[in-house]
Design a protein around this ligand. Structure first.
Ligand code: GDP
Length: 227
């Protein structure tokens, strides 16, 4: 019963509303084939960015793999629970030849060696710099913990790189004070020109906000009729 109540709360509190047409566009887009393209450890290996690109970033264990799997309806598109700090590469996926999804390595893992952190930062900086096709970075924040200083560093990086970021709250089924968390997060995001004001509340486990996130991202894909 308690679980169900939280589920309903999460649904109500998604601070964004979408029309049926938008939701349908999202459903159709994410029903398309999603194929792994390549993993990139050095900036010289970046693939061509002719399709609009959407990157997903967040602290290690934020629920990024689960969210990517839920979005694409795959069980193991992105590997869940990767050894923190180990997977230091950008993984590129082609979604129906309409969008490129980029799974970025998790950050902020306390036990990661300093050298790994430096490599991460350099790779991300190089990737963000001049990546013309990059339309948005989905910044995943664990609804149990809220924004951490390291997340603010990523927001600063986005601001300096002029890349729009959008906060996606994950694991909302476990959040204690969701309305307060949303309000506080919105307040912080509003200080950034690069911050999208729309926060999307999700739970991969309870399938909350997934259809909404698909609808939001579908707006960034080229119109099929124009292809
Ligand atoms: P990643 O390291 O960011 O890729 O995170 P994972 O997707 O591997 O998830 C990390 C942990 O959080 C795992 O134990 C997942 O089962 C758990 N998790 C992921 N999504 C949710 C969610 O929506 N709700 C809850 N309660 N747990 C989740």
């Amino acid at each position: 019963m308690g679980y169900h109540a939280k589920n309903e709360q999460g649904k109500e509190l998604t601070s964004s509303t979408f029309t049926d047409t938008e939701l349908e566009a999202g459903r159709l887009l994410f029903a398309k084939e999603c194929a792994f393209l390549l993993g990139v450890a050095r900036v010289e290996q970046l693939p061509d960015d002719s399709l609009p690109e959407i990157a997903f970033a967040g602290r290690s264990n934020v629920g990024k793999s689960s969210l990517l799997n839920a979005l694409t309806g795959r069980k193991s598109l992105a590997r869940t629970s990767n050894t923190p700090g180990r997977t230091q590469q950008l993984n590129f996926f082609n979604l129906g030849s309409r969008l490129t999804l980029v799974d970025m390595p998790g950050y902020g893992f306390a036990r990661a060696p300093k050298a790994a952190v430096t490599t991460w930062t350099r790779l991300i900086r190089d990737y963000l710099r001049g990546r013309v096709g990059l339309r948005r970075l989905c910044l995943l924040i664990d609804a149990r913990h809220g924004l951490k200083p390291v997340d603010r560093e990523i927001m600063d990086l986005m601001e300096n790189s002029a890349v729009v970021f959008q906060v996606i709250l994950t694991k909302c089924d476990k959040a204690k004070k969701l309305p307060e968390l949303i309000a506080a997060t919105e307040k912080t995001v509003s200080k950034y020109r690069a911050g999208s004001p729309r926060i999307i509340v999700t739970s991969s486990r309870q399938n909350i906000g997934i259809a909404q996130l698909r609808a939001e991202l579908a707006k960034l894909a080229p119109n099929e009729a124009l292809q």
